[in-house]
Ligand binder design. Structure first.
Ligand code: GDP
Length: 308
């Protein structure tokens, strides 16, 4: 996804190589090229401005170093600032002191929440946890059965409304209610009863932001008191990623971000701006439809990947 950004940035920094000293004009020119590369990749303007200001300030004031030549020093500064924008340290899941740990997924329809529920379930299982998925997306036709398929593939049980209320079947974990808040509450109860130590709640999304979506997500949040609310965002949607994040931040609030569809060929820079704009860390990244196309998000590794 970040191939062209990566090419542009490495190109901009390459021009500095071989110079014994960097003049202010060199730094200004390189900063301009970096700025263009970021804007072209769809990184949002306020984030670009802050980033460039810091690069310039630090590069012009850089101490002479015995270990690094001036060009290497600028590369180091750009790398450090990029890691900073992406959140600095890797942010780990906050587990509840008294299990179960409740993880709620929120985001627009199509962001990849249901797919992510399976990936997270699989990931928690691999870490030795005993997750359960709770199907609270009762809006999108087929979302419940999609979660059941995803759960089966991941080997993780799914708590869902029974047939007649929505989808489900005999002998499955479930509840006879079509109210997502009730389903969420009952799912957490069931997790407690069956001693699952992680509950992953899939919620409904809309194609765009609307009040009812926000209210429903807030009601589920209030009813279940999640330890983590993960805002799931499709990195392919460009600048809308930032405005959607702001709307969810205000309407529901979240503790972390999951970037999805990083395997796409869109520019993706907007998604990289979400941390800086909302102050919430990017915790996971999804890069495909398969269970294993998923990882913890490491800001330093992403920065190194982008800088080539
Ligand atoms: P939801 O509406 O938020 O639950 O979104 P879904 O989980 O149904 O995902 C919407 C579509 O995006 C589905 O076709 C998924 O297979 C696909 N999808 C989800 N995550 C990824 C990803 O990381 N990469 C790609 N290429 N497709 C994804």
């Amino acid at each position: 996804m970040f191939d062209s950004l990566s090419d542009r940035l490495t190109g901009a920094l390459k021009d500095l190589r071989g110079k014994g000293r960097l003049s202010d004009a060199d730094i200004d020119r390189t900063s301009r090229e970096i700025r263009l590369a970021l804007l072209e990749a769809d990184v949002s303007l306020p984030v670009v401005r802050t980033f460039i200001a810091r690069i310039k300030e630090r590069s012009k004031g850089a101490e002479v170093s015995a270990a690094l030549n001036p060009a290497q020093q600028v590369v180091k500064i750009v790398n450090e600032e990029l890691v900073g924008i992406l959140g600095g340290e890797t942010r780990r899941v906050q587990f509840a002191k008294n299990p179960p740990t409740i993880v709620m997924l929120a985001g627009l329809q199509g962001a990849g929440k249901t797919t992510l529920a399976g990936k997270l379930g699989n990931w928690f299982s691999q870490q030795g946890h005993t997750p359960i998925l709770v199907a609270c997306d009762l809006q999108r036709p087929g979302a419940v059965s999609q979660l059941q398929i995803v759960g089966e593939r991941a080997g993780v049980p799914v708590f869902a409304p029974h047939a007649g209320t929505s989808v489900g079947g005999e002998g499955e974990l479930g509840i006879s209610s079509g109210d997502p808040v009730e389903v969420a509450r009952a799912g957490v109860e069931e997790a407690r009863r069956l001693q699952h130590d992680v509950v992953i709640i899939d919620t409904a999304g809309r194609l765009g932001i609307d009040e009812e979506l926000m209210r429903q997500a807030s009601d589920i949040r209030d009813a279940t008191q999640p330890d983590e609310v993960l805002f799931v965002v499709d990195a392919m949607i460009g600048q809308d990623a930032v405005s959607t994040a702001e709307a969810f931040q205000e309407g529901v609030g979240f503790t972390g971000v999951v970037l999805t569809k990083l395997d796409g060929d869109a520019r993706g820079g907007a998604a990289l701006s979400v941390r800086e704009i909302t102050g919430r860390p990017i915790m996971f990244a999804s890069s495909g439809e398969k269970l294993e196309d998923f990882d913890v998000f490491h800001p330093d590794r992403m920065a190194s990947r982008i800088l080539g």
